[in-house]
Design a protein around this ligand. Structure first.
Ligand SMILES: Cc1ncc(COP(=O)(O)O)c(C=O)c1O
Length: 403
């Protein structure tokens, strides 16, 4: 007997390029190979003790639902966090979500009807593809280039993609997968485009604390002229190395949109209750020193990446400005094959290095096939070892003519 066909959405949704090499990695481990993971943005930094203490103190007989927009103490704590950088946010403008992922999905679904378009800059966080499929939204890519550190393409290139179906521009700042931080002038340019075309500006700012070399990250919330058309998507996954807490949030000053987010939130009942107590405690108690020490750690790792890879023959990227990623051009025509080969055919003293091929971070077919994304989430010794294995692998791969 035949079975019913699956949905178009189900057939179309992409496999995450970050995770698609996982079976080859599992097979390598079965063969006794250990793997340095530079392929996924899972920080190795311990989750602050404040999280665990608060979670333990809230354990009770019943793990109950909470409010759909999150517990008030967490929304207030997030406002205090913004207050420290002189950004005025009211708890009524904050909605807690199940991870930054849900925040992006809600932002897409709240601003777009099925078939509407969102302009985004490729390479972009690859799961935007999956979120767009879930929301039945079309991502319209504008390509940025490794040559200028993935800063914005010219104004006309952006405006030429606007159609009657365009509902929003989506940015990720600081950017995953490139580590680029937009300048105030670039954000102002996008704000002008959003105003002129009467569309939303959706800003994924989950890496907003990670700005290097004394840079200051500017939030779209600091541009009052577009306050009604701005949505910020945020997360504690990276800020507090709490990926498994599954907590993020939306911020918008547009009340109509917030009431839509609230209805989406009611449909899925509530974000994880226990994690919210832990998150509130971290927001309340971690001060400037915490953020500074984490930034210093990532900046050191970024510097190791520069020392080990920058300037090598055929390898090209500019110094990442923030987050903890770099998109790097290699002297290789198919980085899907190279990344797989590192897992199936190459090791040094029983170790290999896993990277993410960059093509999956582009929406335009054929783009990024000579690039990889590296997440520098390992401590110094492991970073150096992972990169030296990557360099040795690259040399062998190229010298054997596979590239
Ligand atoms: C740019 C960006 N946005 C959103 C997310 C999703 O974060 P969360 O773990 O909070 O769902 C990630 C996770 O890596 C990310 O890199």
């Amino acid at each position: 007997m035949s079975t019913p066909g699956i949905s178009r959405r189900g057939a179309e949704i992409q496999e995450s390029p970050i995770r698609k090499l996982a079976p080859l990695a599992a097979e390598a481990v079965r063969r006794g190979i250990s793997i340095h993971h530079l392929n996924i943005g899972q920080p190795d930094i311990p989750t602050p003790v404040e999280f665990w203490t608060a979670v333990k103190s809230k354990m009770s007989n019943v793990l109950a639902y909470g409010p759909s927009n999150g517990i008030p103490e967490l929304r207030e704590a997030i406002c205090s966090y913004y207050g420290k950088t002189d950004i005025d946010v009211d708890p009524s403008e904050v909605m807690i979500t199940t991870g930054g992922s849900e925040a992006v999905i809600f932002a897409m679904m709240g601003t777009c009807d099925p078939g509407d378009e969102i302009i985004c800059f490729e390479p972009f966080y690859t799961n935007y593809n999956g979120f767009a499929t879930l929301a039945d939204v079309r991502l319209v890519p504008v390509t940025s280039s490794v040559e200028n550190g993935f800063h914005l393409p010219p104004f006309e290139e952006i405006t030429s993609r606007i159609t009657p179906r365009t509902k929003a521009i989506l940015i990720c700042n600081p950017n995953n997968p490139t580590g680029t931080i937009l300048t105030d002038a670039e954000i102002a340019e996008l704000a002008d485009i959003a105003s002129d075309s009467n569309i939303f500006l959706l800003a994924d700012e989950v890496y907003r604390d990670f700005a290097f070399d004394g840079r200051q990250h500017s939030s779209v919330l600091e541009f009052p002229e577009i306050s009604e058309r701005v949505v910020v998507m945020d997360s504690i996954s990276k800020r507090f190395s709490s990926c498994g807490a599954r907590l993020g949030n939306l911020i918008t000053r547009n009340r109509e949109l917030m009431s839509v987010f609230m209805k989406f939130g009611q449909a899925r009942l509530c974000p994880p209750t226990l994690s919210q107590y832990g998150a509130a405690e971290m927001y309340r108690n971690l001060d400037h020193d915490y953020y500074r020490s984490v930034v210093r750690m990532y900046q050191n790792r970024r510097d190791i990446l520069m020392e080990e890879l920058h300037g090598r023959e055929g390898v090209f990227f500019l110094k990442p400005e923030g987050a903890f990623y770099a998109t790097i051009r290699l002297p290789v025509t198919d980085t899907d094959d190279f990344a797989a080969w590192m897992l199936t055919d190459f090791s040094v003293d029983g170790w290999t290095t896993m990277v993410a091929p960059a093509a999956g971070f582009y929406a335009t077919p054929g783009m990024g096939t000579d690039e990889i994304r590296i997440a520098y989430v390992l401590e110094e010794g492991k970073m150096r070892s992972a990169l030296s294995i990557l360099k040795a692998g690259l040399e062998e791969y190229v010298s054997t003519g596979r590239s």
